[in-house]
Design a protein around this ligand. Structure first.
Ligand code: TXA
Ligand code: MG
Length: 351
C-alpha cells in the first residue's frame, strides 16, 4: 500500500513538499490534492516518468494528459502561441478549475499529448498542488488519480483504494473542495469549445467570451479529445440516469425501483435531499448528494456518493439529474458517462 502523508491544505509543510518534489524530479509518481479531484503526478517533461502514469492507471496512451503549472508565466514556454484570449482567461480564472488547450511547443513530450499537436494546461487553485509544482520546478502531468475509466478520487482513501499497490506516496489534504474535474476549453479551434464541462461553469466562461461551443458526442468529425469516451467515470455497478423536471423524476424513480426490485435487483438511489421523503419505504440503499439547488454541494459529493453505492454489492444504481445550469452541466456529464448513456428522459425537457 502507498504511504499516506497528511498535509495541511492551507499551509503545507515545506519539508514534506520538498521530499515529495524530489520524488517527482527523480521520475517517480505521487498522488496529490487539487481543488477539483486528486491527481496522479509525474514530471511532465520526462517521457519515462509520464509513461509510468499510464501504466499505473491502465490508461491507453491515446488519452492525453493535463500539464499543471504554478504560475501563468509558465504557459508561454509550453505553447506555440499565446492568443490574447488565453491571457485574459488565465488572468480571470487561474488559479482555478479551467484547463486551456493550445498548440504545443516541441518541449512538451508527445506522450503527454498522445501525439496531438495541442497541449492541455492548467494552474490549480490548491496550496498543496501549487507548492509541489513550484518545488519540483517542472510542469506536473496529472490525470485524476483513479484507475482508467473509473470514478475520480476526491479523498486520499479513494486513491489508496484504486492505486495504492501501484504508487509510493499519497499527499492527504482532506476531501477536495470542488469535487468534479476542471472544465477543458479548446482554444486551438476557430470557436472556443468546451471539450469537458467541469468545475468552472460555462456561464462564467460565457460572461467573458460570449457564447461558447460545447462539444458533444453527436458532433461530426474526429474526436477532439480522445479521453472523452462515452463510458467513463463509471462505477462497476450498472447505472441508469433519469432526466426531467423534479416531480416527474421522482415519480419515475419510484416506478423504476418498484419494477426492477420485482425482478430481484438490489438497487441504489443517487438523489437530492428533496427526493428522500418520496423514496421512503422503498427497498433501496440511498446516497443523498445535497439540496437540488445547492450544486456546489452536489458536485462535491458526487463521486463519494457513486463510490459509496458501488461498494454495496448492488445490481443497479439509479441516479437523478440536477439540471444544466452552473455545475449541473458537469454533474450531468459525469452521470451520463457513468450510466454509459443509459438515460431515461421524463416530462418536458428543462432546456
Ligand atoms: O481537474 C482536473 O482536470 C484533474 C486534476 C487532477 O487537475 N485532472 C484530470 O485529468 O481530470 P484527466 O486526465 O483525468 O482528464 C484530462 C482530460 C481528458 O478528457 C483528456 O482527453 C483531455 O483532458 N485532454 C488532455 N489533453 C488534451 C488535448 N491536447 N486536447 C484535447 N483534450 C485533451
Ligand atoms: Mg480522469
Amino acid at each position: 500500500m502507498a504511504h499516506i502523508r497528511l498535509v495541511d491544505a492551507r499551509n503545507p509543510d515545506p519539508h514534506l513538499i520538498a521530499e515529495t518534489a524530489a520524488i517527482i524530479r527523480a521520475g517517480g509518481l505521487v498522488a496529490f490534492p487539487t481543488e477539483t479531484v486528486y491527481g496522479l503526478g509525474a514530471d511532465g517533461l520526462n517521457p519515462a516518468a509520464v509513461a509510468r502514469i499510464f501504466e499505473a492507471k491502465g490508461r491507453p496512451f491515446t488519452d492525453p494528459l493535463i500539464l499543471h503549472i504554478a504560475d501563468p508565466q509558465a504557459l508561454p514556454a509550453l505553447v506555440l502561441e499565446m492568443p490574447p484570449l488565453a491571457l485574459e482567461l488565465a488572468h480571470r480564472f487561474w488559479p482555478g478549475p479551467l484547463t486551456l488547450v493550445l498548440p504545443k511547443r516541441p518541449v512538451v513530450p508527445d506522450i503527454v499529448t498522445a501525439g496531438l499537436p495541442t497541449v492541455a494546461v492548467r494552474m490549480p487553485a490548491h496550496p498543496v498542488a501549487l507548492a509541489l509544482i513550484r518545488a519540483a520546478q517542472t510542469p506536473i502531468a496529472a490525470p485524476s488519480a483513479n484507475r482508467f475509466a473509473r470514478t475520480s478520487p476526491t479523498t486520499a482513501q479513494h486513491v489508496q483504494d484504486d492505486l495504492g499497490d501501484r504508487i509510493d506516496l499519497i499527499l492527504d489534504a482532506g476531501p477536495t473542495p470542488i469535487g468534479v474535474e476542471s472544465t477543458v476549453l479548446d482554444l486551438s479551434r476557430p470557436v472556443p469549445t468546451i471539450l469537458r464541462p467541469g468545475g468552472l461553469p460555462r456561464e462564467a466562461l460565457e460572461a467573458v467570451l460570449g457564447p461558447v461551443a460545447i462539444w458533444t458526442q453527436m458532433a461530426e468529425g474526429p474526436q477532439p479529445s480522445p479521453g472523452l469516451l462515452p463510458k467513463h467515470y463509471a462505477p462497476q455497478t450498472p447505472m441508469i440516469l433519469v432526466v426531467g423536471p423534479p416531480p416527474q423524476m421522482r415519480a419515475a424513480l419510484r416506478e423504476l425501483v418498484t419494477r426492477y426490485a420485482a425482478q430481484g435487483h438490489r438497487i441504489g438511489l443517487l438523489i437530492a435531499e428533496e427526493d428522500r421523503a418520496e423514496m421512503a419505504n422503498l427497498p433501496v440503499e440511498i446516497a443523498v448528494l445535497g439540496p437540488e439547488e445547492d450544486l456546489e454541494t452536489v458536485a462535491r459529493r458526487l463521486y463519494e456518493g457513486l463510490r459509496k453505492l458501488d461498494a454495496r454489492g448492488l445490481s443497479l444504481i439509479i441516479a437523478r439529474d440536477f439540471g444544466a445550469q452552473g455545475l449541473g452541466l458537469a454533474v450531468r456529464d459525469r452521470l451520463m458517462r457513468a450510466a454509459g448513456g443509459s438515460v431515461i428522459t421524463v416530462g418536458e425537457s428543462d432546456e
